[in-house]
Write a protein that binds this ligand. Sequence first.
Ligand code: F6R
Length: 254
Amino acid sequence: MKILVGKNYDRVSEMTANIIATKVKEKPDAVLGLATGGTPKGVYKRLIAMYNDKKIDFSKVKTFNLDEYYGLSSNHPQSYAYYMKTNFFDYINIKEENAHIPDGLAQDIDEECHRYEQAIKDCGGIDLQLLGIGHNGHIGFNEPDDALHTSTHLVNLHEKTISANSRFFGKDEEVPRQAITMGIGSIFGADEIVLIASGEDKAEIIAKMINGQLSSKLPASMLQIHKSLTIIIDEPIQKHLYAEGVLKEQLKVV
Ligand code: F6R
């Protein structure tokens, strides 16, 4: 496990975008695992800027998103497919058929989960997986639980997640109750994982994730034993980790 520290959110985004760009330069047909949420938006902005400066070419890149709400179509403004289009895909030269996201309207869920796993395998597996982390330690929609799922599956969203999401939806009944998510095994299959976190509010969970035991009650803790995990944090998180004794010495801020 490697920890890198950026001065602030912009630096965390820039460092992460550089790692992704380097991977794509080394391997133009790289398979990237992608995340949604607030944290990766800066990474996508930077990758778009690199694309506009002709520093990166996505024409052969394949992507697999971690998750999608069940019951939302890809053009629903709250779907993750829509997020990816409007925050990233519409601005780069990725081929539509190479950008994979679970189908939120799939009729046969088991078949869809199986198809998604198989599609990852057929592409040769994920080269680099980008992850954010939830305040409760979730990765993708793998929420704290007594046990964790290995592969892509349907998950019932926590009451807290449902009520937090309700502000984005007109009516309560429109708020998704379920999602399709890659499992811990699907994520673990990636050759390289980069988990990013920024802001004091993520400090506590990062401290638990790297210092604690492996626990299904903190899904991200499982990543501690991945063969190639890089965690990119900002200075406020590093300060917290140092103050709590999780980091024995302060790392260089870049
Ligand atoms: C989304 C996803 C989630 C987020 C996590 C953090 O695809 O996988 O696990 O990474 O909820 O979200 P933000 O970045 O909004 O704090």
